[in-house]
Design a protein around this ligand. Structure first.
Ligand SMILES: NC(=O)c1ccc[n+]([C@@H]2O[C@H](COP(=O)([O-])OP(=O)(O)OC[C@H]3O[C@@H](n4cnc5c(N)ncnc54)[C@H](OP(=O)(O)O)[C@@H]3O)[C@@H](O)[C@H]2O)c1
Length: 256
């Protein structure tokens, strides 16, 4: 019989990519999982619940302050405490030269990646301060350390997440709130696999040839699978000693 892990973990954007992989591994490890997010995440959690999983889900546009505040109020009615929060909401959305980039495109990327991290982070910090602390895990990116072509808003947002980590760690320490960030390199999510398929069709190459081109830029000649991220997530959800760190999981990508 599975023993229930008493820890409750709130995961933002569990419905696709890395979030999907982390959620299924949290459930296997018997954490109590609470999801927050939009369309894909809602569908994924409805499916989990229909299969008998004890997860909970709260639909929320996490870029809107009022929605986030109301959603946390709602959560607190049925959940006494969250021990961990994982923020995965993000995306680069555009690949444009700075001179071509519209201001509302720039704002959208900052809003989805950075505003949502601030809003969820702030509500989580407030809650954890009232309930003996907990662990926050944010997601940055190698693009926050080193510019990738035509991704200015994403790089700025992810560098912002890296800086946010230090401030949350500094302010949270007195109440036992630990904050760290994982900054992945290229992770072979379904979305990236679809991009490769499209590129292969366009350039009359095979999927493997396009992938090899991507991997050749990496010192270890590999890209990551979403499941490769979870061991570090688990460590950062449980640690009492790692505080305010930004940890690259990129097979050395930025050294390449
Ligand atoms: N994949 C990579 O190679 C890679 C590399 C470096 C860093 N990262 C970072 O790692 C994290 C996860 O990446 P991923 O590729 O797994 O992401 P993904 O599959 O693109 O998922 C991101 C999710 O963000 C959610 N979202 C967008 N706008 C939102 C909003 N306003 N409110 C609530 N949720 C919203 C959506 O969730 P719903 O499903 O709920 O609609 C979307 O599916 C991101 O922060 C990403 O920047 C990824």
């Amino acid at each position: 019989m599975n023993t229930v892990n008493q820890k409750t973990i709130l995961i933002a954007a569990p419905g696709s990519g890395i979030g999907n992989s982390i959620t299924s591994q949290l459930i296997k490890d018997n954490y109590k999982v609470v999801g927050i997010g939009q369309e894909n995440s809602k569908k994924y959690f409805e499916d989990l619940i229909s299969k008998g999983s004890q997860v909970k889900f709260f639909e929320c546009d996490c870029t809107i302050e009022e929605e986030v505040e109301n959603t946390f109020k709602e959560m607190k009615k049925s959940i006494p405490k969250i021990d961990g929060m994982i923020h995965l909401i993000g995306g680069s959305f555009y690949s444009k030269a700075i001179t071509e980039l519209k201001f509302d495109e720039y704002r959208k990327v900052i809003s989805v990646n950075l505003d949502s991290a601030f809003l969820l982070g702030r509500e989580t910090l407030r809650w954890m301060q009232e309930t003996d602390g907990g662990n926050i895990v944010l997601f940055g990116s190698t693009t926050g350390f080193k510019p990738s072509n035509k991704k200015l808003p994403y790089g700025v947002a992810k560098a912002g997440i890296h800086a946010m980590t230090w401030f949350f760690a500094q302010e949270g320490s007195k109440d036992g709130v630990i904050t760290n960030t994982i900054s992945p390199g290229y992770v072979m999510t379904e979305r990236h696999a679809q991009d490769i398929t499209k590129k292969a069709e366009k350039t009359e190459k095979t999927f493997e040839e396009v992938l090899q081109g991507i991997n050749s830029k990496n010192p270890l000649k590999q890209s990551l699978h979403p499941n490769d991220i979870y061991p570090l997530v688990k460590l950062l959800l449980e640690t009492q000693h790692i505080q305010g760190q930004i940890i690259r999981v990129d097979s050395g990508q930025i050294l390449g």
